[in-house]
Design a binder for this molecule. Structure first.
Ligand SMILES: [Zn+2]
Length: 230
């Protein structure tokens, strides 16, 4: 899954309004942010396999540290706890932890049975929605669309940056996803890893956009609108 994860992050703002969208995207996409780092370190492995699924060209040979069920649970707890230690905002900590785990759940829906249960062993899971082009597109668009609708109904820009930084980020995500569908198989595994490393850019970008937006119904928002109209 690609933009569906960003949909979860956008929607999560509703449950943890004080948490930055940058943090929420970091959480919802953490397993995929970690993955290219582990690929480059040689700790996890991927193989190019153009015909493996209708909507996938990669064979995830082994990725237990980033994508096993047990590690996904562990990362969720760890990142939720780190967030709480730093921010002391309990709703945010729960939501950040849940967002990390949501990544595994959405991947479970789309991947073929390649998501490991444990660090070792043969048990692998996945429902294989990537075998259906229509199903994949509907699921991605639905998750992203609902998230975008929730976030834009919850926040409003405080200045022009709040408009342009936010909508350019949404467009970048959307175009990134569409081009990944039509791009076909990547030339080599190093280019996969470096391509996936680009996802890290989304964190400061989303944080920056979120800084220039405010909650519509927060007291601060009301004060701001009031002082603005004066
Ligand atoms: Zn993933």
């Amino acid at each position: 899954m690609f933009i569906g994860h960003f949909g979860v992050a956008l929607a999560a703002k509703r449950l943890a309004p004080k948490t930055s969208l940058g943090t929420l995207i970091f959480a919802a996409d953490f397993l995929d942010l970690l993955w290219p780092v582990l690929l480059l370190l040689g700790a996890e492995h991927v193989r190019i396999a153009p015909q493996i699924m209708r909507m996938a060209t990669l064979d995830f040979v082994d990725y237990p540290i980033s994508h096993s069920l047990i590690m996904a649970l562990l990362w969720s707890v760890l990142i939720g706890a780190c967030y709480y230690a730093r921010r002391r905002y309990a709703p945010g900590a729960w939501v950040v932890g849940a967002a990390v785990f949501s990544h595994w759940v959405l991947d479970f829906v789309v991947h073929r049975p390649d998501l490991p249960l444990w660090l070792h062993g043969e048990i692998r899971m996945g429902l294989g929605l990537w075998n259906s082009a229509t199903g994949t597109v509907l699921a991605e668009v639905f998750c992203f669309g609902v998230g975008l609708w929730i976030y834009t109904n919850l926040t409003q820009p405080v200045d022009k940056t709040g408009v342009y930084a936010f909508w350019s980020l949404m467009l970048f995500m959307l175009l990134g996803w569409i081009s990944s569908i039509f791009a076909g198989a990547p030339p080599n595994t190093t280019s996969i890893a470096w391509g996936a490393m680009l996802l890290w850019l989304l964190i400061p970008w989303a944080w920056w956009a979120d800084q220039h937006r405010q909650l519509l119904k927060s007291p601060y928002g009301a004060v701001f609108i009031f002082s603005f109209t004066l």
